[in-house]
Write a protein that binds this ligand. Structure first.
Ligand code: EPZ
Length: 415
């Protein structure tokens, strides 16, 4: 596994550009099999989760090209609806093929998904939704098999606004007979993006981005070209990079409305954020104040920014509390932070952060994607060098993170 070496205390300056959203691109790649002909997805980030999705598609016979960040997918030659275990169990998003396979081919066999070790990652909401549409489900020794002669639209209520379950039900219902309603649906911007993509292919989806989505089934979908939205978590990571190094930077390719929960908290802490066209200027030079944060489904504060904002709060005088309500085991980064001199303790779902004056560089290990990104942020403000092992976790979701940061003044390199 490769590692990153960062020499901290460098002021950042200049412009950094976010890529398209990982959590939009992945379900859109899965949904592309629903269209007849070649779908082109533009500005797809060059990250390992995308490479795995490409491998999965090629493994079942699809024609896939990836050139200059444009992904072309032709599903006409797909000859199998079973995803091989050793690849599909690597990432969570492999499970997003369930809905499209069921809608287009009437069957699917997918091994339990992998992904970040931030909790048990159950799938019962996905399966409950698909069986409500008429799918027959077998769960046996580590895989899920679903079959349906016909999918019939129905009313579905999600016990929790699960992003993945909302996406799978959405993709299964676009070709179902009649109308489907998903209540207590996830409202994340990536859901709206997926719905916009499917509607561009000829689907009839209304209300995406709210907690109630209506889908009227159609007979077929046609291929299209589409550019996913910018990555709001990558942008949020750079906003914290500016604040934690007390720097001022410009972040380009952002949708500000998707950043509101993060911007609101950073402004509360004293970070200056100015809007530009398709860009924001983030200035962390003021004395920052501590605050309390509770992660919630969108439009609440995103769980995917929890580790990053914790890194920032550990450098701010006073006591801050972060409560993680979305995943049950997403504090793995705290041990690594405390090795670098932070003072963080855990009580139930909450982390209590006592701000410290000094963060010391040392050898640390990335436990998952966002924990790895947060360790990079800690390295940027630490005295001395920080060595981050297992940076492959970071490369699952960030396209050339170290090169982009080096471009704005960070002293960081990959070995
Ligand atoms: C998506 O994961 C994202 N991944 C995650 O981003 C993100 O943290 C999460 O949504 C929440 O926003 C992708 O989009 C590829 P969920 P997903 O289903 O769909 C429980 C990152 O860092 N749940 O909304 O797996 C589950 O246990 C990654 O980019 C059930 O109980 O998230 C969790 O506690 C990490 N039953 C909560 O819902 C189910 O059937 C949220 O999960 C499904 C989920």
């Amino acid at each position: 596994m490769s590692k990153l070496i960062i020499t901290g205390k460098r002021e950042l300056s200049g412009e950094i550009i976010t890529s398209s959203s990982k959590n939009s691109s992945l379900p859109i790649i899965a949904a592309s099999i629903l269209g007849n002909g070649t779908t082109r997805i533009i500005n797809v980030p060059n990250i390992s989760d995308v490479k795995i999705m490409i491998e999965l598609l090629r493994g079942i016979g699809a024609k896939v090209d990836y050139y200059k960040n444009t992904l072309s997918i032709n599903p006409e030659s797909i000859n199998c609806t079973e995803l091989v275990q050793e690849i599909s169990s690597k990432i969570r998003a492999s499970f997003q093929f369930l809905g499209p396979f069921l809608a287009k081919y009437g069957k699917a066999k997918i091994y339990y998904p992998g992904g970040c070790n931030i909790g048990t990652r159950p799938i019962e909401l996905h399966l409950k939704g698909l069986s409500s549409l008429g799918a027959y489900i077998i769960k046996e020794n580590g895989f899920v098999e679903v079959m349906a002669n016909k999918l019939i639209g129905t009313k579905i209520y999600l016990d929790f606004p699960s992003v993945g379950a909302t996406e799978n039900i959405l993709m299964a219902s676009v070709l179902a007979e009649g109308e489907t309603t998903i209540d207590n649906a996830a409202e994340e911007p990536e859901i709206t993006d997926l719905a916009n993509f499917l509607n561009k292919m000829g689907a009839r989806i209304y209300g995406a981005g709210t907690d109630s989505i209506k889908i009227t089934g159609v007979n077929k979908l046609t291929a299209c070209s589409y550019e996913p939205i910018p990555d709001r978590i990558e942008a949020g990571t750079y906003m914290v990079a500016a604040a934690i190094t007390r720097s001022k930077i410009k972040i380009k390719n952002v949708h500000e409305d998707c950043l509101k929960p993060v911007s609101a908290k950073l402004k509360e802490m004293g970070v200056n954020i100015e809007s530009g066209d398709d860009a924001i200027i983030v200035d962390g030079k003021n004395e920052l104040k501590c605050t309390d944060i509770k992660t919630m489904p969108f439009p609440g504060f995103p769980t995917d920014m929890q580790a990053q904002i914790m890194a920032l709060l550990s450098t701010v005088k006073g006591t801050s509390i972060i409560t993680e309500t979305v995943f049950e085991n997403r504090f793995n980064h705290i041990n690594e932070f405390n090795k670098m001199g932070t003072n963080i303790s855990v009580s139930g779902k909450s982390a209590i952060i006592q701000g410290v004056d000094k963060i010391r560089g040392c050898k640390v290990c990335a436990s998952d994607l966002r924990a790895g990104a947060a360790l990079v942020l800690m390295g940027l403000c630490a005295e001395g060098d920080t060595e981050i092992a297992d940076m492959d976790h970071i490369e699952r979701g960030y396209d050339s993170l170290h090169l982009k940061l080096e471009n704005i003044g960070a002293q960081i390199f990959k070995v």
